[in-house]
Design a protein around this ligand. Structure first.
Ligand code: MG
Length: 336
């Protein structure tokens, strides 16, 4: 068996490797009309209601990091995958896999964090499961959450709704989550401690939806902003033009990224959303984002410039244009 016959860490990275695995294996065998769009949540009708269902697993290392922990992440991540399809999140399940020897004190801290984050997002954990495995690498816990939500007001988002001229809005600064986790993991001692942006997006997305016509939303987690823009471009056969100067990145994140040889466009976020909005409504939606605590640095970062072929083009601060590629894998594994 050679390397190509086995799973690599990059298959979990949310980039090209992960996409190929999903399409060429999972979708090949499990395909159905609800799975095929590969949305953040599946959306379906049930007795006259539109329901969103999603699931996400969390393997972040370390489990406690500046700005959050695996419990908070497990709630926010699933709430956000419901929120970006326009759903109001209602209930979560929580499955926990723990290694033998794990600290009960840490388990309680994580449980309290789950409770606090769920309360904040207005969701309840209504079912769960606990499994214990033999000690492997030591001190590990893995959490899977599934979430169910309801889509109201006939909201129907999709990449197929996007047209030339639509604007691309980013709800805030990028890169903090990945940098916060990697700094803690590697024990980097930077001048400023970057905190994860981990937060539930249910309120800000509902405000945005009320402010104007939104075509599509996605949270830029693994693979970062670059992965989401490339997914939109590829799945919609769209050309996207982005303005580097309009993309909010904190100076300290920029500094750490250049020190580590990382590009903030490819770093994961856990409290940001990319919105594709109708041209005429973009300013109004931007104002609504600015009125939310999570959207203070929201910015219109680009627009859809063509249909038929696909590519993401970045107008750089120096005035040139370069292609912003789909990442192959995540530059920082196990950040969520
Ligand atoms: Mg998502």
């Amino acid at each position: 068996m050679n390397m190509k016959d086995t799973i690599s860490i990059g298959h979990g990275g949310g980039g090209r490797l992960a996409r190929d695995l999903i399409k060429n294996l999972f979708l090949k065998h499990l395909n159905n009309p609800k799975l095929a769009p590969l949305g953040d949540s599946a959306v379906f009708e049930l007795n006259g209601s539109t329901i969103a269902l999603t699931t996400d697993s969390f393997v972040v290392k370390p489990i406690f990091f500046p700005g959050g922990d695996i419990g908070k992440l497990a709630v926010c991540g699933t709430v956000n995958d419901l929120s970006v399809v326009g759903a109001r999140p209602l209930y979560l399940s929580c499955g926990i896999i723990i290694e033998e020897g794990f600290s009960l004190k840490d388990l309680e801290a994580i449980t309290l964090s789950i409770k606090e984050s769920a309360d904040k997002a207005g969701v309840e954990v209504i079912t769960g499961d606990t499994k214990v495995i033999e000690k492997a690498t030591g001190g590990n816990i893995y959490i899977n959450t599934a979430g169910i939500g309801i889509i109201e007001n006939s909201i129907a988002l999709g990449i197929d709704k996007i047209n030339i001229g639509d604007k691309i809005i980013l709800s805030g600064t990028i890169g903090e989550h990945g940098i916060a986790v990697i700094s803690k993991r590697e024990g980097f001692d930077f001048e400023s401690t970057i905190e994860s942006d981990c937060a539930s997006l249910n309120e800000i997305t509902q405000k945005a939806l009320k402010a104007g016509c939104i075509k599509f939303m996605r949270d830029p987690t693994r693979g970062g902003l670059a992965a989401v823009l490339n997914e939109i471009a590829e799945d919609g056969s769209l050309d996207i033009k982005i303005d580097e100067d309009a993309i909010p990145v904190r100076d300290d994140v920029k500094g750490i990224c250049s020190m580590l040889g990382l590009d903030p466009f490819y770093i994961a976020n856990e409290g940001k959303v990319v919105i594709v909005a109708a041209k005429g409504d973009a300013e109004n939606i931007l104002r609504a984002l600015h009125n939310d605590p999570l959207g203070q640095n929201a910015s219109i970062i680009g627009e859809i410039t063509g249909k038929g072929e696909h590519g993401v083009y970045l107008k750089t601060s120096y005035g040139g244009t370069r292609i912003l590629d789909m990442p192959v894998d995540d530059p920082l594994p196990r950040i969520c």
